[in-house]
Design a binder for this molecule. Structure first.
Ligand SMILES: Cc1ncc(COP(=O)(O)O)c(C=O)c1O
Length: 358
């Protein structure tokens, strides 16, 4: 293998997707519990039949770019489309990172940043931000000064801690670095905050959005970048042509006509998140962290394997134990009310049983 596979790849463990089968309730991947309504699916499936599957799609659908531009108050030339935002992240690293380039980010954060930076032989400078702590702005600024990074990653709301950065800090970072600030707003619909207004001030800011969360489209894969024209133009050269298939284009364009329903679902999930958080706070032995996203980070007693106990009872959550600073932590995606209730009841039973044994 050493003869042809990169050293950085040989050393990797790779992304292992969490278990998907044999569950009653799935709260492990921060997806929306709301599927696209059946009548809309049928309409879209019928429309798909009329498309020419033998022809390439338009490279960069102008209609979709136009709608997204309107959604964010920018021009279509500020948008780059991706087959999921992760695909665009790879485009970004292909266009920017050279072996040994420094990248600054806080930890714990979204696992893929680490994985892909390693694949591209980047040098990750990680600043710790334990759950519940404020953004370590001063340490990040010092790291920028010391390492002159090519990229700074900010995930806000941050997966998996649910915390969000304030835009004043983002501004400080954009001013301080000569590199590009990658700002991941995958959960932006839930927090309501966006760094898009800062694009007028900074040409070294790049924003990432996805339809995998609030827009219920994780299974079809769609995401996009919003950035200054000059940066987007360079990334476009690297992005794989025809990366958005005809059906994804059709569905994403159509779902943008249903923003009102999506916003109602987001409101529902936010209320549920706050309800679940309050219930967790009242539970003996559980520590939960406030979140502005559609998930909550929590932990139980040190000697209790909560992930396994929940899984045995058919509830899949995300075990965060492999993440820096998060041994024993679990991330819970907010689901429908009855799913959240069953999760809370089951957790209470597990905890009561554990306390009883002590
Ligand atoms: C912070 C963050 N960014 C990006 C993604 C992936 O988005 P996509 O499905 O658009 O590739 C996720 C998914 O979990 C995420 O948590």
């Amino acid at each position: 293998m050493q003869n042809f596979i990169k050293k950085s790849v040989l050393e990797l463990r790779g992304y292992s997707s969490p278990p998907q089968s044999e569950y009653r309730i799935k709260l492990n991947q921060n997806e929306s519990p709301f599927d696209v309504p059946q009548h809309l699916k049928i309409e879209l499936a019928e429309a798909a039949v009329t498309l020419q599957w033998n022809r390439y799609p338009l490279n960069e659908s102008p209609a979709l770019m136009q709608r997204l531009a309107m959604r964010h108050g920018v021009f279509p030339r500020h948008i780059l489309l991706g087959n999921g935002s992760n695909q665009l992240f790879q485009t970004l690293l292909t266009a920017t990172l050279e072996p040994g380039d420094a990248v600054v980010c806080t930890q714990p954060t979204f696992l893929l940043y680490d994985l892909y930076t390693r694949i591209y032989d980047g040098r990750l400078i990680q600043v710790e931000q334990p759950p519940g702590a404020d953004y370590p702005l001063h340490q990040v600024l010092s790291a920028i000064k010391e390492y002159n990074p090519k990229l700074v990653y900010i995930c806000s709301p941050n997966n998996p801690t649910g915390w969000e950065i304030d835009l004043t800090s983002v501004r400080r970072i954009c001013q301080a670095t000569r590199g590009l600030v990658f700002f991941d707003e995958a959960y932006g619909e839930f927090s309501g905050q966006s760094a898009v207004p800062l694009l007028d001030e900074f040409d070294n800011l790049l924003i990432s959005r996805t339809f995998s969360k609030a827009f219920s489209m994780a299974g079809l894969r769609f995401g996009y970048f919003i950035g200054g024209e000059a940066v987007i133009d360079q990334l476009r050269k690297v992005n794989i042509p025809y990366n958005i298939n005809l059906f994804t284009e059709l569905v994403a364009t159509r779902l943008l006509e249903h923003e009102k329903e999506m916003a109602e679902q987001v409101e529902f999930l936010k209320k549920e998140r706050d309800r679940v958080f309050s219930a967790l706070q009242l539970m003996d032995g559980i520590t939960a962290f406030p979140s502005v996203a559609n998930f909550i980070l929590m932990r139980g007693p040190h000697d209790l394997d909560l992930f396994a106990a929940l899984r045995e009872r058919g509830i899949l959550v995300r075990d965060m134990s492999g993440y820096p600073l998060l041994a024993g932590f679990q991330r819970i995606t907010i689901g429908f009310k009855d799913e959240n209730d069953i999760f809370l009841q089951t957790l209470k039973q597990i905890i009561d049983q554990y306390m009883g044994k002590k």
